[in-house]
Design a protein around this ligand. Structure first.
Ligand code: FE2
Ligand code: FE2
Length: 291
């Protein structure tokens, strides 16, 4: 290992692709992925809302774009789902009007879509021999002598007429928190630079205006402080997320958060994280073609 070895990670979020006819965005995605390859990034992370439709066939567009660019490999790319990947609002409202008072259906629909997500993106989630592929995902990668541990959670809260009317609130399940607190995870992470990945934002834009508070409520990460405690206990230096379509950086209780903005709305901008062998890191947003 050369002493000045650094690991470089590219971050995209909220692609919101609308399917195989979304040619303009697919072309833009190809352009961005080609640059990521050409610049020699060690890894790419995409933090959810890959598609806009919650229609599993549309994930194939993302999968194919990664494959065309040589990025559809465990060591090259990590993806996780967002609310627009797992919740179809129209479908929820349709079932809601079907006089089904219990919430097992909406939980099952999210779980079913998550399982399909893990099937489509299996090569990015598990080794071929692994019996299961799912979230939370703990991926430890070695680049030269530098260990990078990606701890990716699904933060999608099932739709609920009263508690999650837009399907946009976030939540990390009890079982996820329990898994993250397990000894196998902390042992797997030992000696690595730990990065948390999720879709929902720890902080959504807030003002004192009531209208903003109402809006924030529909998007908020319900148990963000439980998540923060769990990820902090794992020694994470930073969390990369999306959901709230802004390119921004902030801190919460000593942990840095990076919001990767939205490729859908700003398709020539992306995040770059650089980590050195001493655990020092730097992050910036840059534009296509920028050195
Ligand atoms: Fe989004
Ligand atoms: Fe989202």
């Amino acid at each position: 290992m050369s002493i000045d070895k650094k690991v470089r990670i590219a971050h995209l979020s909220d692609l919101h692709l609308t399917g195989k006819n979304d040619l303009r965005q697919i072309e833009r995605l190809d352009r961005l992925l080609a640059e990521i390859v050409q610049k020699g990034y060690d890894h790419l992370v995409m933090t959810g809302d890959l598609i806009d439709t919650a229609s599993p066939d549309d994930w194939l567009v993302v999968r194919d774009a990664l494959a065309r660019n040589g990025l559809f490999e465990l060591g090259r790319t990590t993806v996780l789902p967002g609310n627009h990947d797992l919740i179809n609002l129209e479908e929820e409202l349709r079932f809601y009007h079907a006089l089904n008072p219990d919430d097992s259906g909406r939980r099952r629909r999210v779980a079913d879509r998550l399982a399909r997500f893990c099937t489509v993106f299996r090569p990015l989630i598990a080794d071929p021999g692994d019996p299961v592929a799912g979230f939370p995902l703990v991926k430890v990668l070695h680049f030269g002598g530098i260990g990078i541990a990606l701890v990716a959670c699904c933060s999608v809260l099932p739709w609920s007429g009263s508690d999650n009317p837009l399907g946009a609130r976030g939540y990390v399940s009890e079982s996820t928190l329990k898994a993250l607190g397990g000894r196998e995870v902390s042992e797997a992470l030992a000696g690595s630079f730990v990065i948390g990945l999720c879709h929902h934002a720890y902080r959504v834009y807030g003002t004192d205006a009531l209208i903003d508070q109402a809006f924030d409520w529909t998007m908020e990460f319900k148990n963000r402080d439980e998540y923060l405690r769990a990820i902090k206990a794992l020694g994470a230096s930073l969390v990369m997320h999306g959901h709230f379509h802004r390119f921004q950086k902030y801190h919460a209780d000593g942990v840095a958060f990076v919001n990767g903005g939205s490729f859908r709305y700003v398709p020539d901008r992306y995040g770059e994280l650089v980590v050195d062998g001493e655990g020092r890191w730097a992050h910036r947003f840059l534009s296509l073609g920028q050195e």
